[in-house]
Write a protein that binds this ligand. Structure first.
Ligand code: ATP
Length: 438
């Protein structure tokens, strides 16, 4: 059910507004002063707050900081509005501004527009949620899926390790979706300038520094009851590492400029593509924080080590691209699939996704063919070397020739050969020993 809170001390205007909005099938609550407005918004979580500026106990603008976090949009209604107020409202992110007497038709349109926008946002969110499906059936992915099912509901910190684009965020969101936690709040530590970290994570009170016009909760507080995903945690500055550790130990957070701390219940999922042991050795990352966040460590292997997932992923991205680009590609040609499987994917799944999207966008038929491949993939099959093996040999003899030729090609490096052949080093040694003894 849609919900609107009216903050208005004039009882007759309040009840007129209530009647008008209820006629649109929206649930309405009224608060006659600022204190009630804070109290009700915390429990009612209205989609929209209609806020009168002149209230008996507070000036409407000074209330916005306290109620903003409990609603999606604010509309201001005022008897004595001037240009300055309208400008201030826009700066504070208020959606619309109405002068009394209220033009109900215009107000109705404004409310409808907000709901149209919110519906669209929800659709995009849902789509995002669905895109958290973990595609792949390789041993590595199957085992990851099993593990996350086991740990999802337990309130333990998880550290995801893997190269860029391997799907760490997808995995983090899947863990969250399988848990009963409320919201998923993501922070990309690699994208925040150092001087903004503290306000981003901890929030601030109004007036705590120049430019802090309103109070703002930080990401930690916003994740209360939910999951806080700290992407690129290796980029967290040292002074923030100490502060984060304190939050995890005390389960309390304090906004900048506040003397009061607030209890928070968060589950941390962190991710990095950097090597923690080196960072700890160099003093770049605190080991006490590392132990706190890495109760469970999950390693996501690069795509080149689970090539059997490539066809399924490629088909999945063709389907997604069809939906997003309104195309109708039905198939990937065998040659294209061969090239995709033979490529090494330094950018992992993100790179695969981008290439498929580009190919779908370029195609004008219903099959993806080699001429649409980017140059780096076009000649990949041509560059492959082929080995002629005579017919009539038994499989073990074929295997022996193949392994010997592979070793020759890479300068007898047995570790690399085992990797290329997809067998363990022990197996490779055992085979070589057996053939030597024969
Ligand atoms: N197993 C998967 N199934 C389906 N799509 C996936 C999978 N893994 C990754 N993707 C897709 O690949 C892209 C990159 O994934 P994601 O952002 O999770 O990677 P990441 O490891 O967090 O990258 P970075 O380290 O750069 O932040 C996204 O578009 C995501 O939807």
């Amino acid at each position: 059910m849609r919900k609107i809170l009216i903050v208005e001390d004039d009882i007759s205007i309040g009840s007129m507004l209530k009647k008008f909005i209820e006629s649109k099938d929206i649930e309405v609550e009224i608060a006659e002063n600022g204190m009630k407005a804070k109290h009700i918004s915390k429990k009612f979580f209205p989609d929209i707050i209609l806020l009168d500026l002149k209230l008996p106990d507070i000036y409407g603008f000074d209330l916005i900081g306290d109620i903003k976090q409990y609603t999606k949009e604010i509309i201001i209604i005022t008897a004595h509005g001037d240009i300055d107020d309208a400008v201030r409202a826009t700066k504070m992110g208020v959606y619309d501004f109405f002068e009394k007497p209220i033009d109900f038709i215009k107000l109705g349109t404004s409310i409808e527009n907000i709901y149209k926008m919110l519906d669209l946002k929800e659709k995009v969110e849902n789509k995002k949620k669905n895109s958290n499906k973990i595609i792949g059936n390789s041993n590595a992915i199957r085992s990851l899926k099993l593990k996350i099912k086991k740990i999802a509901e337990k309130n333990i910190s998880v550290l995801l390790l893997g190269e860029s684009g391997t799907g760490k965020e997808v995995l983090a969101r899947s863990i969250h979706n399988l848990s009963k936690r409320k919201k998923f709040v993501a922070v990309n530590c690699g994208a925040i300038p150092e001087e903004l970290f503290e306000s981003e994570l901890f929030g601030y009170e109004k007036g705590s520094f120049t430019g802090a016009d309103t109070a703002k909760p930080g990401k930690i507080e916003m994740a209360d009851g939910g999951t806080l995903f700290l992407d690129e945690i290796g980029d967290l500055p040292k002074n923030m590492q100490v502060k984060l550790l304190r939050v995890l130990e005390t389960k309390e957070v304090e906004r900048i400029g506040s003397t009061k701390s607030k209890k928070v219940d968060i589950r941390i999922i962190a991710a990095t593509n950097r090597k923690f042991d080196e960072m700890i050795k160099n003093g770049q990352f605190r080991d006490d924080l590392f132990f706190r966040i890495s109760v469970i460590e999950l390693i996501i292997p690069p795509l080149r080590e689970r090539k059997e997932d490539i066809p399924e992923l490629a088909n999945y991205f063709v389907m997604n691209a069809n939906e997003d680009l309104e195309t109708n590609v039905k198939e990937i040609s065998k040659e294209v699939l061969d090239s995709l499987v033979n490529y090494e994917w330094p950018g992992n799944i993100r790179e695969l996704r981008n290439i498929i999207y580009a190919m779908v966008a370029l195609s004008d038929g219903n099959i993806l063919t080699c001429d649409m491949l980017p140059v780096k993939l076009k000649n990949i099959n041509k560059n492959k070397e082929f080995l002629k093996i005579p017919l009539g040999l038994n499989l073990e003899e074929v295997e022996k020739i193949y392994i010997e030729e592979t070793l020759k090609k890479i300068g007898n490096n047995k570790t690399q050969a085992a990797k290329m052949l997809g067998i363990s080093k022990v197996t490779l040694f055992a085979k070589l020993k057996k053939w030597k003894e024969e």
